[in-house]
Design a protein around this ligand. Structure first.
Ligand code: MG
Length: 253
C-alpha cells in the first residue's frame, strides 16, 4: 500500500532532508585523496546528530555503518572502514538517511576524487542526468513505469547499464515503504502516482555489465565485472502538476 502523506508529514520529511543535504555539504568536500571512509562516516555522524537527528541506516537490519560509502566497483551498501582510503580517480558515493521527529529522508551523491578520467566523469554525470530524465515526467496520474523507463533509456543510450537487484522506494516513517521503484521498466505499467506520495528515486548505474555480487559481510555490493558504478538519489513528493525534491542541495552559507 502506498501511503499518501499529509502536508505536515511532507514538511517533516523536508526537515530531515535538510539534515541529509548538510551532510553532503560538509562531507562531500572531504572526499579527497588520502581520507578514509571511516573518517567520512565520523563526520557524517557528527553533522546528523548536530541537528538532533539520528542516522537512519545505523543498525538498520544490522547495517554497521552510520551511512553507506561505496567506492568504485562497490555500487551500494559499502561499510565505512579505516582500511578504505580514497585516491585520485576514485568515485565515492555517500548514501545518507536521517531520521528527525520520526520522519526519514534518504538521498545519495557520488563524488569524483581528485583527478579522474573523462569516462569516469561521464558515468557520474549520466547517472545524475538519468534521475532528472525520469522525474521530469512525474505528476499526478502518471504511471511509475514511465519514470523507470526514462531512467533506463537515458543510461543505456549513453552506453551504461542500470542495476537490477536494487530499487528506489517509498519513504516516510519507514525507510523502505511501497512502492518499489526499479530503474528499468515499461511505459504505462506500475502504480499510478498520486499527489502526496513520497518517493526515494535512485538510479544505480554500472559502467559495464549490471550484475552484482554481495560480499561475505552481507552488505558490500560490488559489480561482478569489477568496473565502476555510480549512484544518485533524492527523496521527493509527487504534486498535482509535478514534484518537489525534499533533499535539495543548498548553497553554503
Ligand atoms: Mg534509498
Amino acid at each position: 500500500m502506498i501511503i499518501i502523506k499529509s502536508a505536515r508529514e511532507i514538511e517533516l520529511i523536508k526537515k530531515a532532508g535538510d539534515v541529509v543535504c548538510d551532510v553532503f555539504l560538509q562531507v562531500g568536500r572531504l572526499c579527497v585523496p588520502g581520507v578514509t571512509t571511516q573518517a567520512l562516516a565520523e563526520k557524517a555522524d557528527e553533522v546528523i546528530r548536530s541537528h538532533g537527528a539520528i542516522p537512519t541506516f545505523l543498525n538498520y537490519n544490522g547495517f554497521p555503518g552510520v551511512i553507506c560509502i561505496s567506492v568504485n566497483d562497490t555500487v551500494v551498501h559499502g561499510i565505512p572502514s579505516e582500511k578504505i582510503t580514497l585516491k585520485d580517480g576514485d568515485v565515492v558515493s555517500l548514501d545518507v538517511g536521517a531520521t528527525l521527529n520520526g520522519y526519514i529522508a534518504d538521498a545519495c551523491r557520488t563524488y569524483i576524487v581528485g583527478i579522474a578520467k573523462e569516462s569516469t566523469k561521464k558515468l557520474v554525470r549520466v547517472t545524475e542526468e538519468s534521475f532528472y530524465e525520469g522525474v521530469k515526467l512525474i505528476k499526478e496520474g502518471v504511471h511509475l513505469g514511465d519514470v523507470s523507463y526514462a531512467i533506463q533509456a537515458h543510461v543505456e543510450k549513453n552506453g551504461f547499464s542500470v542495476i537490477r537487484d536494487f530499487t528506489g522506494h517509498g519513504v516516510g516513517k519507514h525507510l523502505h515503504e511501497d512502492p518499489s521503484i526499479p530503474n528499468y521498466g515499461e511505459k504505462g505499467t506500475g502504480p499510478v502516482l498520486r499527489s502526496g506520495m513520497v518517493l526515494a528515486i535512485e538510479p544505480m548505474v554500472a559502467e559495464g555489465d549490471y550484475r552484482v555480487k554481495i560480499l561475505r559481510d552481507g552488505w558490500t555490493t560490488k559489480m561482478k565485472d569489477g568496473k565502476l558504478s555510480s549512484h544518485y538519489e533524492n527523496t521527493l513528493v509527487v504534486t498535482k502538476d509535478g514534484y518537489e525534491i525534499l533533499t535539495q542541495d543548498k548553497e553554503i552559507k
